[in-house]
Design a protein around this ligand. Structure first.
Ligand SMILES: Nc1ncnc2c1ncn2[C@@H]1O[C@H](COP(=O)(O)OP(=O)(O)OP(=O)(O)O)[C@@H](O)[C@H]1O
Ligand SMILES: [Mg+2]
Length: 361
């Protein structure tokens, strides 16, 4: 059985769409699938048009009733949907963190619930909320794999480093292996931004990025409003084809557990080997300049804002471990620019844009 958390704390990046449609496509290929709605927004439950009295008992009641003499188990709340089962949620799930904040074993409530399942599944997919709180933590502890949908927008990779850090922590604490793979979603190859982010993802996630990507398709948006998965709503749409191909790729995977350590922040001992690296960029016209690269998961966050000197030169000092680092400047929140003063560039870029290289000895 593969237990897969679909997680990314960034809101609206396609977690629920992926969880729903992957559940439908995997089940259409003969797999027994349980979709767990771990989000108090309950978008997966709503998108399947599940409402009314069936929601009197939900995942929340299963996770909460540890001390009950005849506890409710997950099988009691599971609802059959379009070829797969759903463990539904509602807004009560938002009370979970509040109620369990001090309780021992609070991180493994979902894992315990999954272990007690009577029904056998090939896949359990967990739709996570857009946060890194106790609900997502429970999902990660219960899983052996994490799929991270990354949409093609600014700051697409912002925050994935934090998620990977938490996964590393869980791996260290519990000793259980947690594989991860990123999925490029809402791809529109006609836009330069999509192409740039895809290129960054390929460099960043290397072997742990699905070959299949999910293109932008308005039918996926429409399906939700009809309370259907894309398979039911429009099986001939490009959205359905993409999710079906993704399901095939998942089923064919052999080497699916990718160790996440290479993407983590360096440990404290590693930090002592870091060298101060000074980056300089001439841009008197620019209003803001950030730097991003392989060292920060290509996320131009506020920590990587460069400082403007009087002469229009932007400077940033970053501690980097020895090795080769690729980077670019992110100017005025809109343009990715290579370091024109640095002749060392990476030419392996298929989209005609180049990354600069800094080697730290
Ligand atoms: N490939 C796609 N093409 C077009 N629209 C999409 C695609 N994937 C998702 N969407 C739309 O983008 C919006 C956000 O998607 P979704 O709800 O799956 O994100 P999410 O990560 O689950 O959000 P949240 O963080 O709030 O849980 C929805 O309106 C959805 O229909
Ligand atoms: Mg969602």
């Amino acid at each position: 059985m593969r237990v897969i958390a679909i997680a990314n704390q960034k809101g609206g990046c396609g977690k629920t769409t992926t969880a729903l449609n992957l559940s439908a496509c995997l089940s259409s290929k003969g797999q027994k699938v349980l979709l767990v709605d771990m989000d108090p927004q309950s978008h997966a439950t709503l998108a399947l048009n599940i409402q009314g009295p069936v929601l009197q008992k939900t995942l929340f009641d299963v996770l909460m009733n540890g001390g009950n003499p005849s506890p409710l188990v997950l099988d009691d709340v599971v609802i059959p949907c379009e070829g797969f089962d759903l463990a539904p949620a509602n807004i009560h799930l938002s009370l979970f963190e509040q109620h369990l904040s001090m309780m021992p074993g609070r991180e493994s409530k979902l894992k315990d619930a999954l272990e007690k399942l009577q029904k056998i599944y090939d896949f359990i997919l967990i739709d996570c909320p857009p946060s890194l709180g106790l609900l997502t933590f429970n999902a990660l502890v219960a899983s052996n794999e994490v799929f991270i949908p990354v949409e093609m927008g600014f700051f697409a990779l912002h925050g994935t480093a934090k998620l990977l850090e938490i996964m590393g922590l869980i791996q260290q604490k519990t000793g259980h292996d947690l594989g991860m793979k990123a999925i490029a979603v809402m791809v529109d190859k006609r836009t330069r931004l999509s192409r740039e982010i895809l290129q960054n993802m390929r460099q960043n996630f290397r072997g742990s990025l699905f070959d299949t990507m999910i293109h932008f398709n308005v039918r996926l948006k429409e399906a939700v409003s009809y309370g259907k998965t894309i398979l039911e709503y429009d099986s001939r749409s490009s959205g359905c084809r993409d999710y079906s191909l993704l399901a095939d790729e998942i089923l064919q995977e052999r080497n699916r557990l990718i160790h996440i350590r290479p993407f983590l922040e360096p440990s404290l001992e590693d930090r002592s080997f870091q060298r101060e690296s000074r980056f300089i960029f001439h841009a008197p016209e620019a209003k803001s300049v950030r730097i991003a690269g392989t060292f920060n998961n290509w996320a131009p966050t506020d920590d990587y804002l460069m400082n403007r000197q009087n002469d229009g030169v932007w400077v940033k000092i970053i501690n980097l471990p020895p090795g080769e680092h690729q980077y670019k400047f992110f100017v005025d929140e809109s343009k990715w620019v290579e370091d024109t003063d640095n002749p060392e560039i990476c030419t392996s870029n298929p989209f005609g844009s180049k990354n600069s290289i800094r080697v730290v000895n």
